[in-house]
Structure formats: structure tokens, C-alpha cells
Design a protein around this ligand. Structure first.
Ligand code: AMP
Length: 193
């Protein structure tokens, strides 16, 4: 089973993807985490990525597509994977389809976490306060840009999947447990079917 967990910054994608990984043995592929690891490594590429990420902009499609292509071919993705933070543009979604069709695989579910914009701002600024600003893009100004980028470049990915019967909207305003229960019901049924 291969999943995409989709939603704006602060919707809870990473939290839910980690829970799904634990419960279903699917591999969580978080592009944001991978990019932050590259930044932490101090490489030249990491320096370049940090400049883009700190501005709240998207890293180039070519870079991110190459990273994902490497990941989904690995043995730890054989049982399935959860894409967390990818695809973020229609070009990424098209590239993903190409890769999957070569591998004779497909996306089974696109879980779309829906959260009001005011709540996103509260959550991200709350996360910044709790972690002592661990993520340099978790601040009010960069967040505004990240939300704009989400609306302009990432939300158009939704119509791309709309006609396939794989998309499921999930009310992400509820508690972590409640959201998890809804996702569980959906995936549990899919697994039993
Ligand atoms: P995230 O942790 O998913 O919020 O991602 C943090 C930042 O990493 C984003 O604001 C982008 O700069 C970059 N990023 C993560 N995933 C992607 C992607 N699929 N395409 C382009 N940039 C990405």
C-alpha cells in the first residue's frame, strides 16, 4: 500500500505519517526531514537548500524528484510507503506517476488533512516556541510565504488526483488521536478488502 499524506504546513502530516509507519510498517518518506538532514550535514548542497527553505520557497523539482526516485526503489519501501511533503507541485506528481508506472506500482490513497488557516499559524508558532525555534522556517514571516506557496503551487496537485477515486478529505482540526482513528478506519478497511 502506497500513500500520500497531503496538507498545508502545520496540518499534522509528519505526526500522522509517523503513526502510520509504526502501525502498518509502511516507510515514511518525509522530504522536509531529508532536506533538513542534508542542511545539518553542512554540505555545499545543504547550504544551498537552507537558503531556499529559510525563504519558505520550494526546492527545485529536479532535486526533490531525484531524492524520491532513490528512496522508493529501496528495499525498505517494498511493503509500501507514505509520502509526507511530496508531491508539492504538479510536475512532481507527474514525475511520481512515471516512476511508479515503471515499477508497476500505484498510489492507493491520498489523505488530505484539512485545517483552518488560523489554526495552522497557531500550531506552527506554538511548535516554534516549544522547540526553541529548532526549525528556522517556523516563524510568522516565513510561514506566510510557505502558506502562499502552498496555495499557489501545492494545492493544484489536488485536482491532479481528484478523478482517480483515491482522495479522502480528513478533518485535521481534531486531536491527533481522533485523526489517527479516522485514518485507521480507512486503512484498516482497505487492508481487509
Ligand atoms: P516540510 O518539512 O515538509 O514543511 O518542508 C520544509 C521545506 O522543505 C519546504 O518549505 C521546502 O522549502 C522544502 N521542501 C520539502 N518538501 C519539498 C518538496 N516536495 N518540493 C520542494 N521543496 C520541498
Amino acid at each position: 500500500m502506497n500513500l500520500i499524506i497531503f496538507g498545508p504546513p502545520g496540518a499534522g502530516k509528519g505526526t500522522q505519517a509517523a503513526l502510520i509507519q509504526e502501525k502498518y510498517g509502511l516507510k515514511q518518506l518525509s522530504t522536509g526531514d531529508m532536506l533538513r538532514a542534508e542542511v545539518s550535514s553542512g554540505s555545499d548542497l545543504g547550504q544551498h537548500l537552507k537558503t531556499t527553505m529559510d525563504k519558505g520557497e520550494l526546492v527545485s523539482d529536479d532535486t526533490i524528484i531525484e531524492i524520491i526516485a532513490g528512496c522508493i526503489a529501496r528495499p525498505d519501501c517494498e511493503k509500501g510507503f507514505i509520502l509526507d511533503g511530496f508531491p508539492r507541485t504538479v510536475a512532481q506528481a507527474e514525475a511520481l506517476d512515471n516512476m511508479l508506472s515503471h515499477m508497476k506500482r500505484q498510489i492507493d490513497h491520498v489523505l488530505v488533512l484539512e485545517v483552518d488557516e488560523d489554526a495552522l499559524v497557531d500550531r506552527i508558532l506554538g511548535r516554534a516556541a516549544e522547540t526553541g525555534g529548532a526549525r528556522s522556517d517556523d516563524n510568522a514571516e516565513t510561514l506566510k510565504k510557505r502558506l502562499r506557496v502552498y496555495h499557489n503551487q501545492t494545492a493544484p496537485v489536488l485536482p491532479y488526483y481528484a478523478g482517480r477515486g483515491v482522495m479522502r478529505g480528513i478533518d485535521g482540526m481534531r486531536s491527533i488521536d481522533e485523526v489517527q482513528t479516522e485514518i485507521d478506519a480507512l486503512l484498516g478497511n482497505a487492508r481487509a478488502a
